[in-house]
Design a binder for this molecule. Structure first.
Ligand SMILES: C[S@@+](CC[C@H](N)C(=O)[O-])C[C@H]1O[C@@H](n2cnc3c(N)ncnc32)[C@H](O)[C@@H]1O
Length: 258
């Protein structure tokens, strides 16, 4: 099958993912999917019936973006295709709530103003067989008072907690809420574009170094850019030629100058 765009790390195909993925016959370490689920007026925003079954033939691990309404509505389809939910993260729009009004998505005025996105990590088969690399952030070593010596003395302790063997290496697990600036009015090229700083830790968590990430609903090719930054390969598929063209321009602009 002829790619729309390819370089050493990324290949982009134009077409319906339900036809392209079976034709490629590949196996991926991780899928990152941001499917259309009929909550906007965009003409491409139609749930592609059967996509979850196709995805299940390609990988045992998948981050899927969506809202709680979507996950509840399509839960039977996730289950029927063998996808179990491990956990979810939320991305919070990194804005000043008081002053920035433009980032709220959705037309509804009778609800809380939505400033977060959700993604669930779904997997096939036993969880123990699923690759995962919990991501950590650097905080610096924290100094705290701690009672040691049978409780006789309280000292300010830095580094190792003697009585439980835990060593503070100055890092902490990333939390399930990731702050990332919305792409709306921030250079985005797609109406529902995901920020790369949100995608990169999800990819590092679920795909081994040098592994392969598949994004079946590529949009602006944000997943491909995040995979590049994380040192992973990516195969991405997009159903609309105008989105493919914008995505290919984005990817070729990332190539080192010849
Ligand atoms: C929610 S958007 C993805 C946005 C993307 N995550 C980004 O950051 O730019 C969904 C995309 O899937 C595409 N699409 C819809 N149905 C498709 C299908 N059956 N196969 C492939 N792409 C499809 C749409 O054209 C749209 O660009």
């Amino acid at each position: 099958m002829e790619p729309y765009y390819s370089d050493d790390q990324v290949t982009l195909y134009l077409g319906d993912m339900r036809e392209v993925l079976p034709a490629l016959g590949l196996q991926a370490d991780l899928i990152v999917a941001d499917p259309p689920y009929e909550e906007t007026s965009h003409d491409w925003d139609r749930w592609p019936e059967g996509w979850l079954e196709v995805a299940a033939t390609v990988s045992r691990s998948m981050w899927c973006f969506g809202g709680l309404r979507m996950f509840m509505r399509f839960a039977p389809e996730f289950t029927a295709a063998g996808w179990h939910l491990s956990h979810d993260i939320a991305s919070k729009d990194d804005v000043d709530l008081l002053w920035e009004k433009h980032n709220a998505s959705g037309p509804n005025k009778d609800r809380f103003r939505r400033i977060h996105e959700q993604a669930g990590l779904f997997y096939q088969g036993p969880w123990r067989d699923v690759y995962r690399d919990p991501q950590r952030i650097t905080t610096g070593v924290i100094e705290r008072g701690r009672v040691i010596n049978n409780g006789a003395k309280s000292i300010s302790h830095r580094g190792t907690y003697a009585n439980n063997g835990w060593t503070d290496n100055g890092t902490r697990l990333m939390t399930s809420v990731i702050r990332a600036r919305s792409m709306h009015r921030n250079g985005g090229i797609h109406p529902t574009e995901k920020p790369v700083p949100l995608l990169e830790p999800l990819i590092r968590y679920g795909c081994p170094p040098d592994g392969l990430v598949v994004d079946p609903f590529a949009g602006s090719c944000s997943t491909a850019e995040a995979a590049l930054l994380a040192g992973r390969r990516a195969v991405v598929i997009e159903g609309r030629e105008d989105h493919c063209e914008a995505g290919a321009n984005r990817l070729s602009a990332l190539l080192p100058a010849a």
